[in-house]
Design a protein around this ligand. Structure first.
Ligand code: HEC
Ligand SMILES: [Cu+2]
Length: 349
């Protein structure tokens, strides 16, 4: 492609396409206004080599621009999926939130063991305080908002008992735990039972290694797939009313009957050993001196099978009638506080 057909092959072109003198083409004079002034078209003495180089360079520049745009677009696309996740990878923010959740649960576990386990049990099975590890409770009762309130207001929030032994936990209300620690405990209480978490040293935050050389783990409490049965009894707002039956009829033991005395004060029985005659009805006269804290005296076998389930009372006295029992050793226990201080041995002979 050249306008010098007789140019020897390999020889450089000598000229850019010939300039046209507008005056020489009167036919196009009418188009004059579309043409830039002559000076603009002047090649300014460019050699053909130089002009060809300019053409080549501008081609290169366009390539570079294209590649630049392509790289940026590719980066944006890849980053987009990195942020939002794909069907095969997790979104970055979700992964970040999950990692924080795990950290909170692991810290919450240690805080729970240090502050709550002595009353609610290491696994939330209950003791002086009510059971916490119960799917029905975790499902509908122990919500984040409720847990927040209980820890801010203390045990009085639960049943309105201003003598509750459960203190205020939040430092917003004079308690010992700060906002983050409260959040961590809540994260632990509501953690997922399908997930395994690592027990960490509270000081060093290093995983705890068990005797078998493996990292010690624990599982969350809440079963996410739990759905209460349609006819399940809802969890009462106040735990101490949960097991409450209709008030027991007033019992007056006959004059020659065996009547055992049991008192409860400061969440403890005053006796831990009782004996009663076999195969005949006897009575337990029970006095609860703890104001607004429910107690009872149930009779169980050593394997925890309930033999006699007596109603709880809050502050006051009651006489329980115990039907004839076979000879043997039984446990008498407070069903509200199944702790050693509220447990004893009943020998029937
Ligand atoms: C000194 C014993 C004690 C300690 C320690 C204790 N609690 Fe309690 N907790 C109780 C008692 C008792 C109740 C019942 C409230 C009442 O009616 O007096 C209770 C109630 C609760 C409830 C309400 C349960 C329900 O069924 O509504 C929650 C939740 C709770 N405690 C969480 C905690 C957490 C979390 C900690 C640790 C930071 C803790 N408790 C430490 C004794 C304790
Ligand atoms: Cu009790």
């Amino acid at each position: 492609m050249t306008d010098q057909p007789n140019r020897p092959s390999g020889a450089p072109e000598e000229r850019l396409p010939a300039r046209r003198e507008s005056a020489a083409t009167p036919a196009r004079a009418g188009a004059e206004r579309f043409t830039a002034p002559k000076a603009t078209h002047a090649t300014g003495g460019l050699t053909p080599q130089r002009a060809a180089k300019i053409v080549r360079q501008s081609g290169d520049a366009r390539w570079i621009a294209f590649l630049g745009v392509a790289i940026v677009s590719l980066f944006v696309i890849v980053y987009y999926f990195y942020e939002t996740g794909t069907p095969w990878t997790q979104a970055r923010l979700d992964a970040e939130a999950d990692a924080q959740q795990v950290t909170a649960v692991e810290r919450g576990y240690n805080l729970y063991q240090a502050n709550c386990a002595q009353c609610h049990g290491a696994n939330g099975e209950g003791g002086v305080g009510p059971v916490l590890h119960d799917q029905m409770k975790l499902y509908s009762h122990l919500t984040e908002a409720y847990l927040h309130n209980v820890m801010t207001v203390g045990g009085r929030y639960v049943c309105g008992n201003d003598k509750s032994v459960m203190p205020v936990w939040s430092d917003a209300n004079g308690g010992p735990l700060n906002y983050v620690q409260i959040e961590d405990i809540i994260a632990f209480l509501r953690s997922d039972s399908t997930q395994e978490y690592i027990q960490r040293d509270p000081e060093l935050n290093e995983p705890i290694i068990g005797p078998n050389g493996e990292v010690v783990t624990f599982r969350g409490w809440r079963d996410d797939s739990f759905r209460p049965a349609a006819d399940a009894t809802p969890v009462p707002a106040c735990w101490s009313r949960s097991g409450q039956q209709t008030p027991a009829p007033v019992v007056t033991p006959p004059p020659d009957a065996t009547v055992l005395q049991v008192n409860a004060q400061n969440i403890a029985y005053d006796v831990h050993e009782l004996s009663a005659p076999a195969n005949q009805t006897f009575y337990i006269h029970f006095t609860n001196m703890d104001i607004q804290i429910p107690h009872d005296v149930d009779i169980r076998l050593s394997d925890a099978t309930v033999v006699v389930d007596n109603p709880t009372i809050e502050e006051g006295e009651i006489t329980y009638e115990i039907p004839a029992l076979d000879p043997g050793t039984y446990t008498f226990i407070c069903s509200v506080h199944p702790i050693p201080a509220m447990t004893g041995t009943l020998v029937v002979e």
